[in-house]
Design a protein around this ligand. Sequence first.
Ligand code: SAM
Length: 264
Amino acid sequence: MSEQYYEEVGAYYDKDAVDFERRYWQNDALQRIRQSFREHVRQHEFSCMLEVGFGPGFDLTHFAQTHPQSEVYGVDISAEMVRIAQGKIDEGTLANAHVAQGSVEDIESRFSEVRYDMIYVFFGALNTVDDLGLAMKELEKLLLPGGRMVLTFVNKWYVGGMVIELLKGKPKWAFARLKKVWGGYSPTQFLASKCYTTGEVKRSTTLSCVDQRGYSILFPAWYYHKIHKLLPRKVRMLLWHWDHSLSRTTVGTLGEYMLYEFRK
Ligand SMILES: C[S@@+](CC[C@H](N)C(=O)[O-])C[C@H]1O[C@@H](n2cnc3c(N)ncnc32)[C@H](O)[C@@H]1O
């Protein structure tokens, strides 16, 4: 495992933590997508769940509250994100929520002998692991037989974004995700990440993929603020509904974001 790489990722998110929540609450697209991710998790019964990369703890504290009979564990590489999430856990006196600093490779040592029937990753932590195959192997090991993983990824082939960037005259941005290393969303702060195709994600594990869906196929990606503002609400709603219809088709694999559900 590359310690230096994880130090860099942790330092990036330590800085990002300051503004993370404010940005989120101002972004309708991110809120809609998160609700959809949560619905996928909620479809299943679970008694012991794990979140990798919980950030400020939106979902970890949410599930700890909605499922008081379940234990909810989480790891995050950023010390600052852990501090913020722990603050929420303490404030809500959520005795069933447990967080620790670390990456996928550290879970076993942070929560020894705990096994999970639901593992989820929302918004990107698996795009910043040292080796996706090894990370998936680790998660597979921690998942109980019959358990589910709901994993979401920044997608490699975001065709709508390519078209938009080309129309803006920015070919470098249009094809940035196809490179071996993607610099992340920020034009000013570099975060060494990897974007994956549907095939690459499925080949990274021996578990069977039982569901998949794409997001922001026609509905503009969350960071196209100006386009969101320009589009009337009715048009945005229409695009969101078209996306929903396309999300499980081949066209769905060309969205900005992907969700995969695996079963052991
Ligand atoms: C884009 S944020 C998403 C946070 C949260 N899941 C959410 O939906 O709001 C990604 C989070 O994953 C964490 N992260 C990134 N790479 C990680 C890794 N390899 N292991 C654990 N956490 C990681 C970051 O520190 C950050 O908090």
